[in-house]
Design a protein around this ligand. Structure first.
Ligand code: CP3
Length: 344
């Protein structure tokens, strides 16, 4: 019998008695040791680009908790920066980027295969992690999906409704499509290097997929993720891919096939019972616990964790949250959640 990491078994379609678990943003500000290392780095981007420190914060949650995966510490906005956009983080304000909205600004960006110089520290972080991770823990590499990254490049910041990106899509479709195509090609390059450096699983974050209406959802969320997935699987046969078209609602049904993904991550906008019926028959499902339970704790944390585990018990499942853990979460609640998963 081959000993395979639990996450890889679930991604291969196996139904396990206890689901493997990890958390989006598991390395983050809710942990005092993360805040200390970030202070040592000086700022968030320096932390991302200093391989020893980025590897250190990736490993911190694994020292406290029995997670089955580590996710590379980086950010989805490093790729547009490597393509030539300016990127900065103002504390308390979230990310800011120079905007790309005109044909001239688009053609001033670098070609997809020119991203590696800037991103080479990220590949070094992956190499360190591949060496240092506990043997039963899987290493997840990631990138933003093109639509979500484009929303930040076009607006120059996070927006509640992705209005500027929707406007450009309507007013100058050629430039909009050019941004999506460049991001798709650049993401294939970036993720290929992560896999060569030792990432065993790839996750695509399409955090703003839910605001794409009608045919735009398939065209701009699912299709670019499908192009990335098929290119990666052609280069790395057997590579498992997780896609997260956040906010998809009932459009999660059918998304395994549309993307060609091994696993679909779901947010808290659908119930686990619905996902068991409509999504899980097509493959592994990950996610769903409302992240605020890690803030509020108590009986509801245990009950809701066990509700997710029980609902998805009949098929391949990786336990996770519906969105990243927030800075105000109590680290003790993570231990309670992991115990509840085991006792479900
Ligand atoms: O999940 C992980 O632990 C791995 C690392 C990771 C980060 N960002 C670190 C981070 C991952 C996978 C991301 C993805 C990411 N980044 C997404 C998609 C997932 C999602 O949350 O929807 C998006 C939209 C971004 C862009 C981004 N980066 C925003 C909007 C912010 C500010 C929000 C905030 O919480 O302050 C960031 C900063 C960021 N990325 C932090 C971390 C740990 C906080 C930075 C800090 O330490 O101050």
């Amino acid at each position: 019998m081959t000993l395979q990491k639990p996450i890889l078994r679930a991604l291969a379609g196996e139904t396990l008695p206890t689901p493997p678990a990890w958390m989006m943003r598991q390395a983050g500000r809710y942990l005092p040791e993360y805040r200390a290392t970030r202070a040592e780095a000086g700022d968030f981007l320096s932390l991302c680009y200093t391989p020893d420190l980025a590897a250190e914060v990736t490993l911190q949650p694994l020292r406290r908790y029995s997670f089955d995966a580590a996710i590379l510490f980086a950010d989805i906005l490093l790729l547009p920066q490597a393509l030539g956009a300016e990127l900065w983080f103002t504390p308390g304000e979230g990310p800011r980027l120079s905007t790309t909205t005109t044909p001239d600004e688009l053609s001033a960006l670098k070609p997809a295969d020119a991203v590696h110089d800037r991103l080479s520290p990220i590949y070094e972080t992956v190499r360190i992690l591949a060496r240092e991770l506990p043997k039963d823990v899987a290493l997840i590499g990631f990138a933003g999906a093109p639509w979500t990254v484009a929303t930040y490049m076009i607006a120059g910041r996070g927006t509640p409704d992705q209005g500027p990106a929707h406007a450009l899509k309507t007013e100058d479709r050629a430039t909009f499509d050019g941004i999506i195509d460049l991001l798709t090609a650049g993401t294939i390059e970036y993720l290929s290097k992560q896999v060569e450096a030792g990432a065993e699983v790839i996750k695509l974050f399409d955090s703003w997929a839910g605001s794409l209406q009608g045919e735009d959802f398939a065209r701009y969320s699912l299709r670019p993720m499908q192009e990335i997935t098929s290119a990666l699987k052609a280069r790395f046969p057997g590579l498992p891919v997780i896609a997260f078209p956040r906010g998809a609602g009932n459009r999660y049904a059918g998304s395994h096939a549309a993307v060609g993904a091994d696993c679909i991550a779901i947010d808290d906008g659908v119930t686990a019972a619905w996902a068991a019926e409509h999504v899980q028959p097509a493959g592994c499902v990950q996610g769903n616990l409302l992240n605020s339970h890690l803030v509020t704790g108590g009986d509801a944390l245990v009950t809701e964790t066990q509700r997710v585990v029980r609902a998805l018990r009949g098929g391949p499942h990786i336990f996770n949250l519906g969105h990243g853990i927030t800075p105000d979460a109590d680290p003790e609640n993570v231990t309670i959640m992991l115990e509840a998963i085991k006792n479900a």
